[in-house]
Design a protein. Structure first.
Length: 348
């Protein structure tokens, strides 16, 4: 076989090998085997010494052509394999957005917040404005302007956390009565407000008491507002929260800022008034304090008690939640145990 034939063979074999190579490693091996210093082509070209001077340029030319052809074929195959490897890598790294994601547990408002929302929504539907006050309050608003002067014995029941001698963590949402009375323009009509929020007392925590709890204050002041309006309003609240067959009973009580003052009871929703453990066999459950706004409170806030009057009430949503769901220890609400809280699914 002469040199030219050997070169043709080499070319043929090389092109086949290149074509059949399946990965970058293989094509690199072929490059070294064909074109490297100790490679096949160099080996064949060593035979150039033995051919005639006349033949040499022709064979040399052919050899260059074979080398160029093989080089080009290797480069082309190398590029193709490189691209294929890249495509493969990209495919493996692709995020399949059509796969369902891992579910994220959905939260919900705390059960006490659910009660607050229900009460507030109800009053908003009756045209009340929502007024949210500050938890840090001036003593004047928390006590004095509510007809609780210094040294009034009723202050004892609401001992609290003082920030300075005249600033405290509010003990009730009632300061919003004074604040709203001062702000309201009675020329525009009656004041109807609802004020939810947190309050603080130096109460010892037990099954029905917490040192921090919630209250919802309600107040209507205008012309010709009577106690019948108070009773009717409380009935709407009780029925919307606990069931539409319930009745409301008012019992005389005492609050310095209302006169007369009452405690409101609702028919026990558990036994419907027959008597059971929940209502301590009375058929009634105490749910809130209320009364007709005291003339002194109106006067101190610049409202003429001869012309205007109205009612106010304050309820504890934490206790409402206990009643509604039969929870016998208020502390369960504050421990943030999701196994407990998840039982009060807003969606039912
Ligand atoms: C008051 O705080 C009056 N401001 C309510 C009021 C407003 C009366 C307007 C008249 C007019 P009392 O201290 O009773 O009242 O508290 C009201 C409600 O808060 C109670 O019925 C109870 O549901 C809740 N409550 C009182 N103390 C605690 C406590 N330590 N833990 C949880 N709830 C409490």
């Amino acid at each position: 076989m002469d040199l030219k034939e050997k070169l043709a063979d080499l070319r043929q074999q090389g092109l086949e090998d290149i074509e059949n190579s399946q990965d970058l490693k293989r094509i690199n091996e072929i490059r070294v085997k064909m074109l490297g210093k100790k490679g096949n082509l160099t080996g064949v070209l060593r035979g150039m010494r033995d051919i005639s001077a006349e033949e040499r340029p022709k064979v040399g030319q052919f050899a260059n052509k074979v080398r160029d052809e093989l080089t080009a074929a290797i480069e082309e195959r190398h590029a193709a394999l490189e691209q294929a490897a890249l495509n493969e890598k990209l495919k493996a790294e692709t995020i399949d957005v059509t796969l369902p994601g891992s579910p994220v547990a959905q939260g919900q408002p705390h059960v006490i917040q659910q009660i607050i929302d229900q009460v507030v929504d109800l009053f908003v539907s009756m045209g009340y404005e929502v007024a949210v006050g500050d938890e840090v309050e001036q003593e004047v608003y928390n006590f004095e302007k509510l007809n609780l002067p210094k040294d009034h014995p009723a202050r004892d029941m609401q001992d609290t956390f003082y920030v300075t001698p005249s600033v405290l963590m509010r003990t009730q949402t009632s300061p919003m009565q004074a604040r709203m009375l001062e702000k309201h323009d009675f020329a525009k009509g009656p004041l109807k407000m609802i004020s939810p929020g947190k309050v603080y007392r130096r109460d010892t925590d037990d099954a029905t008491h917490s040192h921090q709890f919630n209250q919802i204050e309600g107040m209507v002041v205008g012309k010709h507002i009577t106690m019948a309006d108070l009773k009717g309003t409380l009935k709407v609240v009780a029925r919307s929260l606990f069931g539409d067959k319930l009745d409301v009973r008012l019992r005389p009580s005492y609050f310095p800022f209302t006169e007369p003052s009452v405690e409101a009871d609702i028919t026990c929703f558990n036994c419907m008034g027959k008597g059971c453990a929940i209502c301590k066999h009375t058929g009634w459950i105490e749910v809130l304090g209320a009364g007709m706004v005291h003339p002194n409170v109106l006067k101190m806030s610049g409202v003429d008690p001869e012309e205007y009057g109205g009612f106010a009430f304050g309820l504890g949503p934490d206790r409402f939640a206990m009643l509604k769901y039969g929870v016998d220890d208020i502390r369960n609400f504050y421990q943030n145990d999701v196994r407990f809280l998840n039982q009060f699914d807003e969606k039912g």
